[in-house]
Structure formats: structure tokens, C-alpha cells
Design a protein around this ligand. Structure first.
Ligand SMILES: C[S@@+](CC[C@H](N)C(=O)[O-])C[C@H]1O[C@@H](n2cnc3c(N)ncnc32)[C@H](O)[C@@H]1O
Length: 417
């Protein structure tokens, strides 16, 4: 068996990379899959490269390859920092916290976060929060959603949190009140095309013990996405053994007692240049801002059909407004309609050739599809647009944007990888 061919295909499709030890492990897994399916090696190779039918098998392989090791309150000093330093600090700025556990495995990490936050919100009373938890491993996610664990697994949980479990002799079952605080979904961190809308404006990202699966260039890219997703001054929490120094200068280290984590360094020195080109909106027209805000709110809530309905309605009145096509492109992407997402972003660019964000998102989608030359071309187009020419239109009035300076920096980094 030429295991390198398999490695290449799987790495292209998932971003997971294989050193010599992992290659051996993969070889074993592939042999088992082939035997289970009663097909030949060639047929299995065809299945993995089939444009329509490969996805399911690739997900299955990703599931088998990613070995899960996790526990409740893993690296407990970080949970103390969360409770005593990070959350109290963030609460000075906002009363609605958004937290993302990226690479959540079987759920112990996001549930531990939920327990800490539940306790805090009971004590402090005046804030709300939501925890998003994602992973590439679908069966881990299924287990996470059930919230049923072995009784022994709570040995790590501080006693004060035991009340959040229903305990019997064999099991520790997470109570519904905690489960309701966490939303699980599938997400391949490496192949995510752009700051996934759901995760923008996040206050804290946990991504612990996940980078072990990634190549350095993928780590850099994921960190860029985290950077874009985090709010100004947002926190990134990695495992204590993971160090960002070689990968990015966009975060500063924050020490707390015997642990540390990272804080986003805002790059934006000035607000994005907002240009409302007269050709796009006629003077006598009223800006459709309320409608756009509503479309964005619905998209944030995962109500994509409803969001698209509003976008399309706006387009009837403002058929040449590129911002709407950008939002529509993002919503299509979130729905998994990649072709329509590309079409929409291209339309935005057709209407506004200096719409750097549309090029950026387009580049990220191409990159996700492993269409690297197209992705690079899109990034080059971003770089070509001068800072004072980049089009933002009314975008900053209804959704978060990235300054042209930041976009250029990010695209330059992507082009180097
Ligand atoms: C060792 S576990 C860590 C779980 C938890 N964060 C912790 O520290 O206990 C690593 C997790 O990362 C997930 N993972 C690996 N590659 C991923 C990718 N490309 N996208 C999303 N999750 C990934 C694995 O499926 C696994 O659940």
C-alpha cells in the first residue's frame, strides 16, 4: 500500500497531517476500512477522491485518526483563571459573553466552562453567556451532546460543581441546565474558510491540545482566524504546553498565578475607512440599515433561510448594493451552499471592484476547496487595493469588519504559506 498517497488525500481534505508514527496508525485504519467495506485498495482510493461520495468516508477516517484524550477541569489552574481573572475582566466591557471551545472532543471542556460560568452568573447575577463547542470528530460530538459520562470521570471535578451532575453508581450525567448552555456543532478548524460568522465577536476561545494535529502553517492560519473571531481584547486559551511565540505576534501573553493564556493585540490603529460611494445608494434612498441588521441578527441565530429572505428582499430595492451580496455569500457558506456563496461574493466584487473583504472571503472559500491558485489570486487582489480605496460601504454599520491594513497583513501571511 502506498500510504503516502492516502496521507496526501486525507491531508488535502482535512488538514490533518501525519508524521511517521501517525502514518503507521493510518495504514492500519485504512486496512480495516477496506476489509470492512469488502472493496479493493484502488476502489477505496476512488471513494476517497470521489467528488460526491468522499465526504462521509473522510469524516469517518478523521474520527478514527483523531485520538481523543480529555477530561473535566483539565489544566485546573486555567479554570481558576477563567473564574477569577478572565471573566471578571471581560464583564467590565460586556454583559453578554460568547465563548468557543474549539476542539471540544467529548464535551468535558465546554461543560467545565459552563459550570464555572453558571456558578459565576449565579453569584454575580447580571450577565448572560453562550458556549459554542466544535470538533471534527462527529461521534465525539454525539457523546458530548448526550452528556453521559463514566462516574469515575468526575474525580477531577471540584466538589462544588458536583451539583451539576446527576450521579449514580456508574454514571455522571450532566444536568439539563448545564447542557442548555452549550451548543455543539461539527467544524474542521483547518478547513474553515473564513471567520465563521457564528464565532465572530467571541470573548474567549479555548483551543487546548488541538494544535498537535496541525502543521505549523495550519496553526498560523487557525490563529489568524481566531484573531479575527475574537473581540478586541479577547482571550485565547491554549494548553499550558503550547506556545504561540513562533506562530504569531498578534497575541500577548498574560500570566496568572502559575498559568498563562493569551490576549488579542488589537491591530486596528484607526477605524476602517468608510466610503459610501454615491453610485451604490442614490441620495434620495433611505439606507436599508434596519433590514440589514435584522438579516445579520437572523444569520447570527442560525436562521439562514429567514436571513436570506430579507437579503433578497433588500436586493429587490437595492439591486446593486454589494454589501448585501457579501452578507448573502456568508449566509450561503454557513448553509453549506458553497457554489452559491462563491457566486454571491463574485457578484459583490463585480459590483464593487475594490471590495477587499469580498475578495478575502472568496479566497478563504477557494482555500477550503483546495483551489490554491484561485485562493492566492483572491488574496493578491486584496493586497492590490490601497488602504484608502478599500470599499466598506455601509458594512461597518451592520456587521463587524476588518481594516484593510489587517486584511493585507493576513493575506500576505497566507501567501507566504
Ligand atoms: C486531545 S483532544 C482535546 C480536547 C480538549 N480541548 C481538551 O483539551 O481536553 C483534541 C481534539 O481536537 C480535535 N481536532 C483535531 N483536529 C481538528 C480539526 N481540524 N478541527 C477541529 N477539531 C479537531 C479532535 O477531534 C479532538 O477531539
Amino acid at each position: 500500500m502506498n500510504i503516502d498517497t492516502f496521507c496526501q488525500i486525507i491531508e488535502n481534505k482535512t488538514g490533518l497531517f501525519f508524521n511517521e508514527i501517525k502514518k503507521k496508525y493510518l495504514e492500519q485504519i485504512i486496512k480495516e476500512r477496506i476489509a470492512k467495506k469488502h472493496i479493493s485498495q484502488e476502489e477505496y482510493l476512488k471513494l476517497l477522491t470521489h467528488p460526491l461520495f468522499s465526504e462521509k468516508e473522510i469524516r469517518k477516517l478523521a474520527e478514527l485518526i483523531t485520538i481523543i484524550e480529555t477530561k473535566f477541569f483539565r489544566h485546573p489552574e486555567q479554570f481558576e483563571a477563567l473564574e477569577r481573572k478572565i471573566v471578571p475582566e471581560i464583564l467590565k466591557q460586556t454583559k453578554n459573553l460568547k465563548i468557543w471551545s474549539a476542539g471540544c472532543a467529548t464535551g468535558e471542556e465546554p461543560y467545565s466552562i459552563a459550570m464555572v460560568l453558571a456558578k459565576l452568573s449565579r453569584d454575580l447575577k447580571d450577565f448572560s453567556f453562550k458556549i459554542y463547542a466544535t470538533d471534527i470528530n462527529s461521534s465525539a460530538l454525539k457523546k458530548a451532546e448526550k452528556g453521559v459520562y463514566n462516574r469515575k470521570s468526575i474525580s477531577n471535578v471540584p466538589k462544588e460543581y458536583w451539583k451539576y451532575f446527576i450521579l449514580n453508581r456508574e454514571q455522571a450525567i450532566v444536568k439539563e441546565e448545564i447542557k442548555a448552555l452549550v451548543e455543539f456543532s461539527f467544524l474542521n478548524l483547518i478547513k474553515q474558510p473564513f471567520p465563521v460568522y457564528r464565532f465572530t465577536q467571541t470573548d474567549i476561545i479555548f483551543c487546548r491540545n488541538v494544535f498537535i494535529y496541525f502543521r505549523p502553517e495550519s496553526i498560523k492560519r487557525v490563529l489568524q482566524h481566531f484573531y479575527l473571531c475574537l473581540k478586541k481584547n479577547g482571550y485565547l486559551i491554549l494548553a499550558p504546553t503550547e506556545n504561540l511565540e513562533d506562530f504569531t505576534k498578534n497575541f500577548v501573553i498574560v500570566k496568572y498565578k502559575n498559568t498563562f493564556f493569551y490576549k488579542k493585540v488589537p491591530l486596528i490603529e484607526k477605524e476602517p475607512v468608510i466610503t459610501i460611494k454615491p453610485s451604490k445608494i442614490k441620495k434620495e434612498e433611505v439606507l436599508p440599515l434596519d433590514k440589514l441588521k435584522e438579516a445579520k441578527r437572523l444569520a447570527d441565530a442560525g436562521l439562514y433561510e429567514e436571513s436570506m429572505y430579507i437579503c433578497k428582499k433588500i436586493l429587490k430595492q437595492y439591486p446593486t448594493l454589494p454589501e448585501v451580496y457579501l452578507l448573502l455569500g456568508i449566509v450561503y457558506y454557513e448553509k453549506g451552499e458553497i457554489k452559491n456563496a462563491i457566486k454571491s461574493l463574485k457578484k459583490a466584487i463585480y459590483l464593487e471592484s475594490e471590495f477587499a473583504l469580498a475578495y478575502f472571503y472568496l479566497g478563504n472559500i477557494y482555500w477550503q476547496l483546495s483551489m490554491i491558485p484561485e485562493a492566492k489570486k483572491a488574496y493578491q487582489n486584496v493586497i492590490k487595493i490601497p488602504e484608502n480605496k478599500a470599499y466598506y460601504g455601509i458594512l461597518p454599520h451592520f456587521m463587524e469588519t476588518i481594516s484593510q491594513k489587517d486584511l493585507v497583513r493576513i493575506c500576505q501571511e497566507y501567501l507566504r504559506t
